[in-house]
Design a protein around this ligand. Structure first.
Ligand code: NDP
Ligand code: MG
Length: 387
């Protein structure tokens, strides 16, 4: 038997975090959980800790710290509070692999900290690479750390590349479901509600990534994520809409051959592969059946209607801190939309205004990213009441 993989799951109470724990539950002998972290969902964190018996847990929201301590200290589980504790504890000696499943910019510091300590990364938090892709991938190279993609499209590309690492990629095709509003006109989108936006046709995910899927910003963020993960030029990354979400992405090699990875949409598969690569563990996940899918279809994304995709390409082309501006503006816009403060179409408008206004920095340092994120959020908030 191979040695147990010692895991830290950052964001264990979220959509990815809970599915990762399902993977662990199905393969108890393969994994040991060393660290679980949550933002404020103390009840679920406590329940998870009592089941999986980690060495340590962190609750970022310190108002909940005492509650978690009261529940877990008697069980011999160490309990800490605050985001800085996540950054420190992710470096614990015993941890082999860190699953980064915190949502948004908030995941950047702990991911960098884990890489600095030489931990292998299973990366769900795509915003980390969007905001600071160069910094993160340079540090990973320096530390000899592998970043294994959890995002289903990037896992598909990675699976297609296995055994092909010496062969040049001509281009990749990232598939997109098109989200709940595929086929809608701008006029129709003007009045869509958050309840409609939160109904993804094929995937059940956290609120932020679900709204990103409805605007196609999710695909834009994934284009930037792919550039950094696979060292691609922007012209090598194409998006194709595939409403059935069966083909998870494709790679075209220099001889014109295309490889694709297929399967029913289930995030547990890419999560598990990122944790156990190069091994594939046997699963009981529902299998794909051709009879259920007599046709798999593909179409061009409607970039004029779903402008976030082009904004992301623009940010990637520009480089520097532009994708950091894009990401921060998007996080503010999505939250404002979820709080009924702006309309669906204003999400792209707000992001574009931020990209036009904030100071561009060509070769940002970590501090520059931190400042850019803060300043963009501040400016974006001023736009919310009027946009
Ligand atoms: P969720 O919103 O479901 O979960 C987010 C997790 O992060 C929760 O555990 C939450 O804690 C924690 N968290 C949130 N904010 C903070 C913070 N400021 N500090 C510390 N912890 C925090 O998100 P998802 O699981 O959907 O997504 C996680 C990441 O994975 C995102 O980057 C997303 O883009 C990516 N991803 C998700 C997919 C999916 O299917 N869900 C697919 C592909 C990528 P609490 O519960 O206490 O609030
Ligand atoms: Mg994805």
């Amino acid at each position: 038997m191979t040695e147990q993989i010692h895991l830290a799951i950052l964001g264990s109470t979220g959509s990815i975090g809970t599915q990762a724990l399902e993977v662990v539950r199905a393969h108890r002998t393969e994994f040991q959980i060393d660290l679980l972290t949550a933002h404020s969902n103390a009840d679920l964190l406590i329940q998870q800790a009592l089941e999986f018996n980690p060495n340590t847990v962190v609750i970022a929201d310190v108002a909940k710290l005492q509650l978690v301590k009261d529940a877990l200290l008697p069980a011999g589980i160490k309990v800490f509070g605050g985001n800085q504790s996540i950054e420190q504890l992710v470096q614990m000696e015993s941890i082999d692999t860190v699953l980064t499943a915190i949502v948004g910019y908030a995941g950047l510091a702990s991911t960098l900290s884990a890489i600095r300590a030489g931990k292998q990364i299973a990366l769900a938090n795509k915003e980390t690479l969007v905001v600071a892709g160069k910094l993160v991938t340079d540090l990973a190279r320096e530390k000899g750390v592998n970043i294994y993609p959890v995002d289903s499209e990037h896992s598909a590309i990675f699976q297609c590349l296995t055994g092909e690492f010496q062969n040049p990629i001509e281009k990749i095709y990232l598939t997109a479901s098109g989200g709940p509003f595929r086929g809608k006109t701008r006029d129709a989108l003007a009045t869509v509600t958050k309840q409609q936006a939160l109904k993804h046709p094929n995937w059940s995910m956290g609120a932020k990534v679900t709204i990103d899927s409805a605007t196609l910003m999710n695909k834009g963020l994934e284009v930037i994520e792919a550039k950094w993960l696979f060292h691609l030029k922007p012209a090598q990354i194409e998006v194709v809409v595939h409403p059935q979400s069966i083909v998870h992405s494709l790679v075209q090699f220099n001889d014109g051959s295309i490889k694709a990875q297929l399967g029913l949409p289930d995030m547990k598969l890419p999560i598990q592969y990122a944790l156990t690569y190069p091994r594939r563990l046997t699963t009981t996940f529902k299998r794909f059946n051709f009879a259920d899918y007599p046709s798999l279809t593909f179409e061009q994304p409607d970039r004029a209607t779903f402008r976030c995709l082009d904004l992301a390409y623009e940010a990637m082309d520009k480089g520097g801190n532009m994708a950091c501006i894009l990401n921060a503006a998007n996080e503010v816009a999505v939250e404002a939309f979820l709080n009924d403060r702006i309309k669906f179409l204003s999400i792209a408008a707000l992001i574009e205004k931020c990209m036009q206004t904030l100071t561009f920095i060509n070769a940002p340092s970590y501090e520059d990213y931190v400042n850019t994120d803060q300043e963009t959020r501040k400016f974006a908030q001023t736009l919310v009441p009027t946009i």
